[in-house]
Design a protein around this ligand. Structure first.
Ligand SMILES: CC(C)(COP(=O)(O)OP(=O)(O)OC[C@H]1O[C@@H](n2cnc3c(N)ncnc32)[C@H](O)[C@@H]1OP(=O)(O)O)[C@@H](O)C(=O)NCCC(=O)NCCS
Length: 274
């Protein structure tokens, strides 16, 4: 690179890019206590600045190997803008947030952090986290995932299919990929339904899955309320057709769907298990 180009590049005051990990176990988010400046002693999310020519996912893998000694499965979530400072100079940052599934692997900290803790998502206080882009990520996690208790949700889904087991990261992917309507009575989860949108070559279509109401609360209009809210959400997304399947033995569900306007669509429904 010639000196002139180098100089021109120096003048650009672009945001510094970072990769940041969202690691959750049993509904609790992993936070690390920083042992270095800036923000020494504050809680933080795992991650750090991307290196020259590194892609966000590569940076995330490197950071997690260095900071925690783990090799995760990653799902890109979004970018979060913010501000950071170094020696009193402020600059813009752009954090690339990933959901990082590290399974049950042990965490081995390096010297960047002194300790770690897992905090229940609904009880997180974003103000205690270093860097405003990371505070925004914590706010986002709280808003998206904070109202779901994985054990409570597993219990409800078992009432739909006793053999079903909701994987924790499956739940977070489902939330990010669609919309879950949930109903609570006296703080307890008593009903839910999930909808996601897919664009086919012909139309914008949505699929409803996992509709279930707790046995003790059935027949009181909760199922209909959930269905109406899912339909309302789909309309707002510009969806043209909503699709769902229901076993023939599910008499109440079939009655509910027909009475809400769903029309039986005679088609062979195939599954290929991989
Ligand atoms: C299907 C289900 C979600 C409906 O939820 P719900 O809260 O019980 O339903 P609602 O109280 O809103 O009632 C919906 C309609 O079904 C009728 N209904 C409710 N319970 C009924 C029963 N035991 N027998 C006959 N009709 C019944 C209601 O009268 C209402 O119809 P109407 O408005 O024409 O009177 C719930 O029964 C359930 O979780 N079932 C097991 C799981 C399941 O089948 N899920 C669907 C998978 S596709």
């Amino acid at each position: 690179m010639s000196r002139t180009i180098e100089c021109e590049l120096c003048k650009f005051n672009n945001p510094r890019c970072t990769a940041t990990a969202i690691i959750i176990r049993n509904g609790k988010l992993l936070l690390l206590r920083r042992s270095q400046e800036p923000h020494k002693g504050k809680w933080d999310l795992p991650g750090g600045y991307m290196e020259s020519l590194e892609k966000p996912e590569e940076a995330m893998r490197r950071e997690l190997k260095e900071e925690l000694g783990v090799r995760p499965r990653l799902l890109f979530v979004n970018t979060f803008p913010g501000e950071a400072s170094w020696q009193k100079r402020k600059f813009a940052v752009l954090s690339h947030a990933f959901l990082a599934d590290i399974g049950k692997k042990d965490i081995k900290l390096n010297n960047e952090n002194g300790s770690y803790k897992f905090t229940t998502i609904s009880r997180l206080d974003p103000r205690l986290v270093a860097f405003d882009s990371n505070r925004n990520i914590v706010r986002f996690i709280k808003a998206q995932f904070g109202k779901f208790d994985i054990e409570e949700l597993r219990g409800l889904v078992r009432q739909l299919d006793p053999s079903a087991y909701v994987g924790e990261y499956a739940l977070y992917h489902a939330i990010l990929n669609g919309h879950i309507v949930s109903i609570r009575r006296r703080k307890k989860l008593v009903g839910m339904g999930w909808i996601f949108v897919r664009q086919t070559l012909l139309r914008k279509q949505a699929v409803i899955e996992d509709m279930v109401v707790d046995t003790k609360h059935r027949g009181r209009g909760i199922g209909r309320a959930i269905l109406n809210e899912l339909i309302h959400w789909a309309k707002k997304q510009g969806v043209e057709v909503i699709e769902l399947t229901s076993g023939q033995h599910r008499e109440v569900a079939n009655h509910l769907y027909r009475s809400a306007g769903f029309v039986y669509h005679p088609t062979n429904h195939y599954l290929l298990k991989l």
